[in-house]
Design a protein around this ligand. Sequence first.
Ligand code: CNA
Length: 315
Amino acid sequence: TRAYYKRRKLEQYNTIDDAAHLLRRSRNIMVITGAGISTSLGIPDFRSKHTGFYDKLRQKGYEDAEEVFEINNFDERPDIFFSLAGDILPNLTRVTPTHAFIRLLQDKDRLQTNYTQNIDNLEAIAGIDENRLIQCHGSFATATCRKCKYKVKGTEIFDDIRAARIARCKRCAEEIERKKDAPPPLKRNKSSSRTRTFDDSDEDEDDNIPEAGVMKPDITFFGEQLPNTFFDRFTQRDAQQTDLVIVIGTSLKVAPVSEMPNYLPHPIPHIYISKEPIAHVNFDIQLLGNCDDVVFELARRAGWDLRHEMIPVGL
Ligand code: CNA
């Protein structure tokens, strides 16, 4: 293996043709994706200047935009999250050419794992197998009650998100209704075991009207743990088996995903595709531009036919 690594280290990769060559020869490709792969559908990313969600939040007066995604802030002021989340809610039916490219890698049996930071669930819509997809930051696909942990399909709270109102838990609400309808609980009076009386404590509760729990989309907020499957699969399997890493449409600013490329030994070639160059992580090849265009060209040079409704026929 030493000689193998030495030989690999001497290889230099610079151009898009080198990248296409790497694509063709690799069998276990790790694709790490971020918000940039969905922007062509009109879903804003976080950190792009002028168009990103964070700039928009700053214009609305939120100085520290990341605070909107802090779990403690969500629990204290869910109204803030619900007043803004409609803007990043995905259209569930369409995917981008970049999603189609990842699907193509899968169809060619070259996709080891797609680690996505995206919460729009579009990889699943594009048909990436469940067992090749790690949604590092969860997704809008499901939502869970912060109070009773009741889980529902994400679509059940989409109307609330679109209407910018707090989504409340139906099960909690039913429970509250049931308690309201039920006759007040009875208990034995201490002075006489035969006399029945109302429990005083319930009278106190009446002053304190209970509220149904807030439904939180199952996206990972700052301050929440990433799913175990992320760490297990990456360290115990993929880090040993991957033969090419392609990072697409992410600024790599959020740990631990930002640390993944550096964790992988450098004889494994690293390719970066995004609009802006990156300096804090070392990549062999950086292909800069609109990722939909870049992956189309990359596939073409690899001799593959990437088809998608947004790619004009005959190109
Ligand atoms: P980011 O920090 O906003 O970075 C996005 C990167 O993509 C930037 O470097 C952009 O230059 C680049 N980019 C934007 N559009 C394109 C394009 N068309 N072609 C090529 N490059 C492009 O977002 P990250 O994903 O790095 O940050 C991680 C956050 C963003 C995760 O926690 C996500 O949940 C969160 N997020 C996800 C979505 C989504 O699911 N679609 C939307 C907004 C934010």
